[in-house]
Unconditional design. Sequence first.
Length: 508
Amino acid sequence: MADPKGFLTTGREVAETRPVGERVKDWNEVYVPGSLLPIISKQAGRCMDCGIPFCHQGCPLGNLIPEWNDYAYREDWTAASERLHATNNFPEFTGRLCPAPCESACVLGINQPAVTIKNVEVSIIDQAWDRGDVTPQPPERLSGKTVAVIGSGPAGLAAAQQLTRAGHTVAVYERADRIGGLLRYGIPEFKMEKSHINRRIEQMRAEGTKFRTEVEVGTDVDAAKLRRRYDAVVIAAGATVSRDLPVPGRELNGVHFAMEYLPLANKVQEGDLTVSPITAEGKHVVVIGGGDTGADCVGTAHRQGALSVTQLEIMPRPGEDRNANQPWPTFPMLYKVTSAHEETEVLAGLKEGAEPGQGPSSPKAGEGRIYSVSTTHFEGDEEGNVQSLHLIEVEFKDGKPAQKPGTERTIPAQLVTLAMGFTGTDQANGLVQQFGLDLDARGNVARDDDYATNVNGVFVAGDAGRGQSLIVWAIAEGRSAARGVDRFLTGASALPAPIRPTDRSMTV
């Protein structure tokens, strides 16, 4: 155990964020560099080393949290990194992007603020990189077997690294011009700087993984031919079909899917573009969808110089405390203020300490988050550009939203991003049809307990098989699918399989 009295003597402290007025002027990560190191050992000491650590259950990867908390408390960063990497290929990704279901399951969280597991995790891995503890781990011998991985998001990268280390020759196919999938072009720079992806890619290259960019399987390469070329194939193409909003005015200029808007902003940061073709500069921006992708659009709009930013959510506003029907250790639906939401509040003058001269002259435009509303239609100008959005309040009856007459209103909208989630993997490129894959009732690629599809030698991992989910589930699926592939190729496998395809998070 780290500090036997730590949870009694030390309060919860989290990473310090940079002032809003500073961080919205750049695209660097929002946290103060180095702010965690002076506090993180004591924070790790709050871990109680429970007899039954429910944080293990809360994490799909089965991270050995009490163990690396103990090492972090003792500042044995090398040992902490070894325990962290024992279950997670990319802790620098999850430590920055995961919503931390492990903290919701923390036993201390029953009656106190939970251990800052996510902050400890990112501190360990950042120290590991700085100290040179993260090195390539090439296989001792090659199996002579070849594997193609389609998609280079977290599931594809995890599967590729595991299979490479098992001795197979692995090639990763990515349709974009850079490796990383949504990590690269869907996650803004201020949430995770892309240098973290780049150095992992270099590690994987040094281990022997091959990467093929700008190759879309199904369009540029026939899927059936790819299957004949390799001994096994892992489909980790994600669930990239965005949910649309079929209302009048949807066709107007300025109404875009989030995944049309965010990648262009990231391409500016990569140096491919000087200015994004879709920019929020000087515009009233409306983001439809209250999840993490919506928050990413909000933060991006701030940095592009939006006049105002409004986020719409059809669901009611969550509470700040657990509901009775969402008991520990389930993952509760709570009201969250992300860094992007904090920026909205400050810039619009909705929060104490607002900085003058930033944001709109009046928050009456609808600035901030609006819950329990539905969009009825858009209006545009004579040139076909969106100018306003009409919404109406809703209430839920029998689990379905019903409009409340007399609550209609209009807000300005010169840029609208649709961030309402994803409906499944892309079928328009021919990948599903060319392989001859079966789909499940939800439109995902069907698979068995070994992540194998109905096509011999073809496996599926991540959102393509699970549906839209979290990064931690994607990495866990990639690791688990790698075991299934390894067993298919060799008859047995020593690779870990943290989850089954049927496993789901403990939510209500």
